[in-house]
Design a protein around this ligand. Sequence first.
Ligand SMILES: NC(=O)c1ccc[n+]([C@@H]2O[C@H](COP(=O)([O-])OP(=O)(O)OC[C@H]3O[C@@H](n4cnc5c(N)ncnc54)[C@H](O)[C@@H]3O)[C@@H](O)[C@H]2O)c1
Length: 364
Amino acid sequence: MNKIKVHIEKGSSSSYEIHIGYQIMDRMALILANQGWAHRYFLLTDSRVSALHGERVLAILRGMGLTVEEIVFPGGEEQKSIHTCTELAERMMERGADRTSALIALGGGVVGDLTAFLASIYMRGIPHIQVPTTILAQVDSSIGGKTGVDLPSAKNLLGTFTQPKAVFIDLAFLETLSPREFINGLAEIVKYGIIEDPEILEELREGEEALRRRDPAFLAGIIAKACRIKKAIVESDETDKGLRRILNFGHTVGHAIEAESGFAVSHGEAVAMGMCAAALLSERRQYLSPEDREKIFAAIGQAGLPVRIPSSLDPEGILRGLKRDKKKEGDQIRFILLKRPGQPFVNGGIPLSLVRETIEELRA
Ligand SMILES: NC(=O)c1ccc[n+]([C@@H]2O[C@H](COP(=O)([O-])OP(=O)(O)OC[C@H]3O[C@@H](n4cnc5c(N)ncnc54)[C@H](O)[C@@H]3O)[C@@H](O)[C@H]2O)c1
């Protein structure tokens, strides 16, 4: 089992470990039993993950003598709401959850964000543990302590910064992901390749076959690399004031596309399209060479992700979404752009008209 330590020592946050390996739930049970983070655990998960893995994880935890109850809710982004959050809090209250309880988030980014948000506000804060089961959650959302729920008008508008006690990344969970979900998560790994370590793009290209087989050894290597990048960025900027913003590469347009499609376009697909938009904007502004822009499009396409925005999506709807985004300042939008792969920077002012042209150009 590979261990990565996330060092955060400011305010009320503390450091924690990311454990990465294949079939590590028994190790997790042992660590929870030894740490004594809580008297009682609530395993929060969505119905699909519960059906696939809930019973087995519960049995392993209980086998180690831990008191654990499962709380299941329907999956999907539409569940990431304050309404679901209060419903879950009520269910915990009914079962007597108190300040000596802790939450375990077993699932993708939706379960992780929602559980972490609930943990941060339930009785003014109880501990939580992340057990991410999608690639996106393993390399991104479970690390770094950003929690949140959506409002009908915008994603992640209500949230807190609350670090987990630990993150357990078990590659065995990835075996049950649908092909679409698997590819979806690759968008975040490609993102790390584009913003930080272009070698990742090479590895993905060379490891195409291993990736297709979901080879645990290959996945362990590439996921650990991605986690190290995320942890380094979080360590230097826990609360998203500077460097951490580069993680939003592709997300500005991506979130607007996701919302405009009514979430028919998945998060990973939307981020892929958003990364293409950011690369094209970078080229249009002459920061990025046409060759590097092409390399980026090729890496995204080769991972099985889209490099075009569906023509069924209304560009004006996407632009309205961008205007609502937290990254807007007046008539200009703040973007993460690129000088070359591995060299992102925050650009304070891209006029909406240029964004409109770029979106039009990318429409299939
Ligand atoms: N907190 C952060 O820093 C951060 C960063 C990036 C994204 N996010 C958030 O993450 C969310 C997206 O996460 P996601 O892509 O993991 O989506 P998700 O949580 O909706 O999971 C996608 C689907 O996969 C299913 N699933 C999960 N694990 C599975 C498994 N092992 N086998 C089979 N099916 C499985 C789920 O039931 C769901 O239907 C968004 O809400 C986004 O805002 C948060």
